[in-house]
Ligand binder design. Sequence first.
Ligand code: CA
Ligand code: CA
Length: 612
Amino acid sequence: MSLSSIKGTLKQTLQKTVNLSLSVIIGASGLAVAAPFLFSQSAMADSNTTTFDSFNTGSVNGQNGWSATGPYDESIVDNSGNKALRVSDSVTSGSFGDWVFAAPLANSVGENSADNHFEMQFDIAAAGQSDPAGSHVSVSPDRGDGSRMSYLRFEYQADGIHVFFDDVSDAGPIGTTATFNETDIATMTKTASHNIKLTMDTLTGPSNDIVNVYIDGSLVHTGTSWENYYRYDSEASAEQSPRPVDTMIIQARGTAQPGDLGFLFDNVSLSSSVTTITVPDSGGNTTVNNATPTAVVTSPSQPVNVTVTNGTSNAGVDYSALKANPSDNFVQVPATTIQTQSANVQIQAGTTVTASGSWNGVIIAPTVQTNASVTIPTPSGTSTTIGTVIEVGSSSVSLTFDQAVRILIAGQAGQLVGFVRNGVFTQISTVCTANDPSTQLSANGDCYINVGSDLVVWTKHFTQFVTYARNNNYVVQPGDTFYIIAQKVGLTLAQLEALNPQAGHPAGNFSLILPGDILNIGSASAVSLTSATKPSTSSSAGSNGEVLGTTTPVAKALSTSTTKPAATVASAAKASSGKILGMQWYFWLVTLAILATAGYGIYRYAEGTETK
Ligand SMILES: [Ca+2]
Ligand SMILES: [Ca+2]
């Protein structure tokens, strides 16, 4: 049937001119192909899709499982073979069971059902362009008798089709009157078709169902269901419990607008499956696992504790419901703890998380990565051993925070630590102050501190974090001098000498070392492998004599060699550079004496000093 014949059919039916757009219906059919459904692995999951293309024109009632037994303005219309369902508010009623119902799923979705994740998706377009403001239809998940568990209303207004969402707040007990919260969630153009998807997770217990509404592929709203209306409101006393759903109802209630053309529906898909999300309980606690890897946070104030079951893939915390605008790339989050076997992340209350680009609001829980996934710059003659590599945040965007986040890496106290961003390794060389490191960190800053047997990083960004150790042994390379080695490994000359009293030829003669000699450069220490060549630019105001005094022998040597005991590692290194100069002059004189009395050494300490 051609567009003109659709118009003719509608004109016959409605006695008015129809302005049905060809592009609207074609557009509607085009969207269906690109609208995949996500299923869990549940054997119970099922789905159905209706294109209407095999339907007969006229009422949808009785066709392929659809029903519409009331005297309403609904009909299958045809555009050159692409058929669609048109429903208007030309006739309205407060009844339920006789409205338009989609072909039901085999498996219903509900708190007491095997499946607890429901999706309904469809294309919708204006059937005409001249319906007056207020013309509307509503669409809801339902079980076939009008027991709606959520609600979307599409309503013509001067600036387009407004989409209203209603959910229910009712804390109970039974007999309490529910409050229906209506939100105007979107305004869609009237001249194009739009794809609508509503997902509903019916989680066990009150006040915790999650309903998400997507328009043209983008999440536009997150709310809850009508579960508490059925659970508590006296209107539901005949059956005081949340309803399962297996279909979708299309209806028009309220004021009728006779002659309206209403809306076209096409490519209606329904599905049931097992949810992949969990929500915090009344205490804010939840555990994620492979079946439900995502914890969804809907309260902006309740602290959340997420425990990640060991072995969970793609565990994450979804804050998208807290975004002021779903398209925002930032969100303010409540106090959050994410506990995994290898790490513990603590985000402070009220922290704003900002993404470097478009972001779905999900923070991926710390995940252990392979050691081979990072490369740490290692000076020749030395080797490093990677302890733990964890990735946290997002694999697609960089996440930053306006308040420092605490990341505890279990069992890694005493290790060196750094992070990898965009493939570039950066050592975290600043030691945190013992208290309130938030004030210590600049934007994108980091510091670390040993806490018991664990290593804690305070940071304002998420990425890959790496703990590692430098091996004690350094193999003397051709051209090396004590001075060059000290520079390579980030020690002062005095520290290197203190660690190697038996080095040199003869022992104690540091001016003569040979390739292949083994020097002790300390183990994991507070001293940076790279600080000698890449001096820290963080002029931290913090200090931590305790850490310096309680870590490795190298750190102890450092704390005794510096003239500023309270200085941080970074500033201590700087302070000791003056000492290096002092030692250089001393050893220069020694070297001259050695050269004068013992002839030429193959490897001269003086080489190092000449470069200063
Ligand atoms: Ca169709
Ligand atoms: Ca629930």
